[in-house]
Design a protein around this ligand. Structure first.
Ligand SMILES: *Cc1c(COP(=O)(O)O)cnc(C)c1O
Length: 369
């Protein structure tokens, strides 16, 4: 079997060990004579899986008792609506920091629900960086402040978080949750679609401070209230059992890697491999993100022209590198290097980039490409 060099942005690479383990249990889990997908979500076998996923996540991210963990559906995108529906009460305003496509989508959805303002935006700089913390303007008495911790499409990442005092800080961490240690107590709510760093698509993790789970929201559909899912330990209705099972295996895998501290070190090495090729290429490769805002998860770059970009992507594909096309809204190239992407695959890509430059620089200088 030949595993692809998978740099997909999401759904993305999963750890091979996780897939092996799942495949070993595929037909018969815990000697039940059933696959995980055939278990009742009320069975004790499934309950073990559900508990294990909660337990490992709490442990790995050091989630304090003040915060609840929810496993929901509808992707990160449904959270764009659920957050304002549950937290943006009448008469209050929510503030959004705009750092890319996803934060803008979150902002647009919130607008449909209530009063929103922009705390800061780097749009006029083509989202090449994260705003400096002191440029973020916060009114008093906001319902919450929303940020996107890693901008999957532009390849930028917050490396320190704003101190919002008593105002709940909410973060879309879809593309960098579990990639490094976090101080959860600083956040009112964190959410993440699983398909980048946590597992397969189908489950969305929400970590919410318990005092933000409100009663008396009966005007909201039952399924869209955090309280419903919190009261029922994410078993109000049928949860995405297969996705949660795979999530539990990914969490176990992260533990076996040495936890988030170890994973963070490796992620830095992986990103360093690619950024150093970009920085040493004398402008052949240009990083989209400003150096201080660079993402350790999504490395975005361009080549000198369209023809070379196309040639690069074609040759990369032929050499077994998958998913390097930039997002359709920005073009160029993007290597997504989430937790499950091995260092070795990043080294292979770095070598490929060095060689591609070597093979094409003279053509470029003589204007043949
Ligand atoms: C992928 C992504 C989303 C969208 O996630 P869905 O689960 O597809 O709704 C939202 N925010 C960020 C930061 C993402 O990377």
């Amino acid at each position: 079997m030949n595993r692809a060099y998978n740099f997909n942005a999401g759904p993305a690479a999963l750890p091979e060990e996780v897939l092996q383990k799942a495949s070993g249990e595929w037909l018969d889990i815990f000697n039940s004579g059933m696959s995980v997908m055939e278990l009742s979500h009320r069975s004790k076998e499934y309950e073990m899986i559900h508990e294990k996923a909660h337990h490992h996540l709490r442990d790995l991210l050091n989630i304090p008792d003040s915060h609840d963990i929810l496993f929901l559906q509808g992707g990160a995108s449904l959270q764009f609506s659920m957050i304002p529906m549950n937290l943006l009460t009448q008469g209050k305003t929510a503030s959004y920091v705009l750092t890319g496509v996803w934060s803008d989508k979150a902002f647009q959805e919130a607008k449909k629900i209530g009063d929103v303002v922009v705390a800061a935006s780097t749009k006029q700089h083509r989202y090449t960086h994260i705003p400096s913390l002191h440029s973020i303007e916060l009114a008093e008495d906001l319902a919450y402040v929303h940020i996107t911790s890693n901008n999957t499409i532009y390849g930028t990442q917050w490396h320190s978080f704003p101190d919002t005092g008593d105002i709940p800080l909410i973060a879309d961490m879809s593309s960098d949750i579990l990639s490094k240690p976090l101080d959860i107590s600083k956040f009112g709510l964190i959410y993440a679609g699983a398909q980048k760093n946590l597992g397969p698509s189908g489950v969305t993790v929400v970590i919410i401070r318990k005092d933000l789970i409100k009663d008396g929201l009966d005007h909201i559909p039952t399924m869209l209230q955090y309280k419903t899912h919190s009261d029922h330990h994410s078993l109000y209705n049928t949860p995405p059992t297969l996705s949660i099972y795979l999530l539990s295996l990914v969490l176990e895998w992260v533990k076996n890697q040495g936890g988030v501290e170890a994973v963070e070190k490796l992620n830095q090495q992986k990103a360093e491999q690619l950024y150093s090729v970009i920085d040493k290429s004398e402008g052949f490769y240009k990083g989209h993100a400003k150096a201080d805002s660079r993402s350790y998860m999504n490395v975005t770059f361009t080549l000198p022209n369209e023809a070379l970009t196309k040639k690069f992507l074609d040759q990369a594909k032929q050499s077994g590198f998958i998913g390097l096309d930039g997002h359709r809204s920005v073009g160029g190239c993007r290597a997504s290097i989430y937790n499950a992407v091995p260092l070795e695959h990043c080294e292979k890509l770095a070598n490929f980039m060095v060689n591609f430059k070597k093979d094409n620089i003279s053509l470029l200088l003589s204007h043949e490409v």
